[in-house]
Design a protein around this ligand. Structure first.
Ligand SMILES: CSC[C@H]1O[C@H](OP(=O)(O)O)[C@H](O)[C@@H]1O
Ligand code: ADE
Length: 320
């Protein structure tokens, strides 16, 4: 067993646009593994609390935002986190709002996805192998993990005047890199989309195949292009709220859920991450997903090649 596999890194954080690092925790080490799907977007930072709980953080677009949403090495990111021992991923994303009531600055924990990516991203670990598998994906985010996050996020947002948390929403994942036309933006509203980004797929699909519990905290930065009388979204508009949203996102992990608000930062971080760590290690957030792939694999072992099995062994136990 490698050094990383043996450690207690069970929490993975994926930072989106604007969220390129976590503060407040003690740096332990950086790892940049070569997975069967290549290197991750950037080296993964492992940090820890004084009590020893560790988290792995990866910047989705790289630390200097050098990977476009269509070119993020999603499979390598998820595989690397899984190989470290991660059981639950909390992903962050900057999103456009398709609803008047979801205002820029608001937070959203969605429960559904509409896929508007165009088939150019590797969406399955089984692609390129002769092993066929069909994972269940009706509920693309972990229900228990998302529910666990709601009070944590609500606590943080109590301190940020006027910022709302929305739940039970649907995220449209588009291809990019350009933003949507006005016609597309209006169509997504008719389809039932509430927010829009360019990155939650294939990330959520790959996490599901790797049996990692996955939840998303989305932070609204703009109203996209559907409001006829308003200007359409631009990067400068997104950047206006991105910094504040990223600061608030960091607070989510560094806020004393159920404890006093005036604690020093280090104790605060300890409280929340320890809570998340305890929930994961007691299987509260992972029992619904662990073992879920075993019966999703259609191709019988006798018809699986040794090289395919070796590749998939990196992320799943069924190929040992
Ligand atoms: C910078 S605006 C478009 C960009 O922002 C979102 O990134 P992420 O989901 O990683 O926060 C969106 O998906 C696009 O990639
Ligand atoms: N309007 C928008 N469309 C797609 N991705 C986004 N990320 C932030 N705002 C966005």
């Amino acid at each position: 067993m490698s050094e990383e596999t043996a450690s207690s890194v069970v929490i993975g954080i994926i930072g989106g646009s604007g969220l390129y690092h976590m503060d407040q925790l003690t740096f332990v080490r950086e790892v940049n593994p070569m997975t069967p799907w290549g290197h991750p977007s950037s080296p993964i930072t492992i940090s820890q609390l004084p009590t020893g709980e560790q988290i792995a953080f990866i910047a989705r677009h790289g630390k200097h935002h050098t990977h476009s949403p269509s070119a993020v090495p999603y499979a390598a990111n998820i595989a690397a986190l899984k190989h470290l021992g991660v059981k639950a991923i909390l992903a962050f994303s900057a999103v456009g709002s398709l609803r008047e009531e979801i205002r820029p600055g608001d937070f959203v924990i969605p429960d559904q996805i509409i896929d508007r990516t165009k088939g150019i991203r590797q969406a399955s670990f089984f692609e390129g192998t002769n092993i066929v598998a069909h994972a269940t994906f009706g509920d693309p985010f972990s229900k228990t993990f998302s529910a666990f996050l709601v009070p944590l996020v609500q606590n943080v947002l109590k301190e940020s005047e006027g910022v709302q948390l929305h739940t039970g929403k649907c995220v449209v994942v588009m291809e990019g890199s350009l933003f949507s036309t006005r016609a597309e933006s209006k169509m997504y509203r008719i389809l039932g989309g509430d927010i829009i980004n360019m990155s939650t797929l294939p990330e959520a699909k790959l996490a599901r195949e790797a049996e990692i519990s996955y939840a998303l905290i989305a932070t609204a930065t703009d109203y996209d292009a559907w409001r006829e009388s308003e200007e359409v979204v631009t990067v400068s508009e997104v950047l206006k709220t991105l910094h504040t949203n990223a600061e608030t996102s960091r607070q989510v992990l560094c806020y004393p859920s159920g404890l006093g608000v005036n604690m020093p930062n280090s104790k605060v971080a300890q409280a929340v991450i320890a809570e998340l760590h305890a929930a994961i290690t007691s299987n509260q957030l992972t029992s619904e997903i662990e073992g879920s792939m075993e019966y999703s694999i259609v191709t019988q072992p006798a018809h699986q090649t040794a090289s395919d099995r070796e590749k998939l062994r990196y992320i799943l136990p069924y190929f040992s």
